[in-house]
Design a protein around this ligand. Structure first.
Ligand code: ZN
Length: 252
């Protein structure tokens, strides 16, 4: 085994509702073989998720900018950080830095909505596609389908938790979403049953190990993959190679 990469973790120091700094993550993975981690901001550093009618303002823009920038400054020799840029309604792709390897796009039901009809949104999608960056897309079911099938056709999309919080694993199976060559899944908080079903039907090429730290425990999420009754080389695809391949030409 080379380096295990966690493809889904939140990290920040402004939102202190949970321990989620780089140091907190590092502490939690002590003794594991995780050597790199994709990190993006906690939601509460990006927009006010508890006010459905929330519109953007300068204070939140500043908080968001700081949060995205913080991720560019962390990492250590034994734990490499791969920052993703968390985008919101200012669609600030001008803040993308060569270090950013992906995009985080996130909204739950009853949270403020993305302005999909804003021309800046389309512009941002075009830029993300031009840079060949994957988008970790956690949205309501209908919006996820719209994003994949209409708004961002061909963009590389990672649906987190095997769809758990986007409307459910099976709902995406029925729509033929998992079979699309540009759609990936991560295993954070997903059940063993769904992980096994996914690999039986769709194979091992587009499934990534993720923890959803601080909501998921990285070591526990990792043990879920290590315990699967599949060949070692398939585990290594999930734990390392698939993400590396996905990011190879991202934002270069
Ligand atoms: Zn998450």
């Amino acid at each position: 085994m080379n380096t295990i990469i966690d493809a889904h973790a939140h990290c920040g120091i402004q939102d202190q509702s949970m321990p989620q700094s780089f140091g907190d993550y590092r502490c939690q993975i002590q003794g594991s073989d995780i050597g790199a981690v994709v990190m993006f901001s906690p939601v509460m550093e990006i927009y006010d998720r508890y006010r459905p009618k929330f519109e953007d303002n300068a204070k939140w823009q500043q908080r968001r900018t700081q949060s995205n920038e913080y991720l560019l400054t962390i990492g250590s020799p034994d734990l490499k950080v791969i920052p993703y840029f968390f985008i919101w309604n200012d669609f600030a792709v001008d803040q993308l830095n060569p270090q950013h390897k992906g995009i985080k796009w996130h909204r739950h039901p009853n949270e403020p909505v993305y302005h999909y009809d804003d021309p800046q949104c389309k512009r941002a999608i075009d830029e993300i596609k031009r840079r060949n960056m994957p988008v970790v897309l956690e949205e309501e079911f209908e919006n996820t389908i719209f994003f994949i099938n209409e708004l961002a056709v061909g963009a590389k999309v990672i649906i987190p938790h095997l769809g758990l919080l986007n409307g459910g694993y099976h709902a995406f199976s029925e729509k033929g979403i998992w079979g699309k060559p540009n759609v990936y899944a991560d295993t954070a908080l997903a059940s063993r049953h769904e992980i096994e079903d996914y690999i039986n039907i769709f194979g091992y090429d587009r499934i990534l190990f993720g923890s959803d730290f601080p909501f998921g425990d990285p070591k526990q999420e990792l043990s879920k993959i290590l315990k699967l009754s599949i060949p070692q080389e398939k585990k290594e695809m999930i734990l390392e190679h698939n993400l590396k391949r996905l990011l190879k030409n991202s934002n270069t």
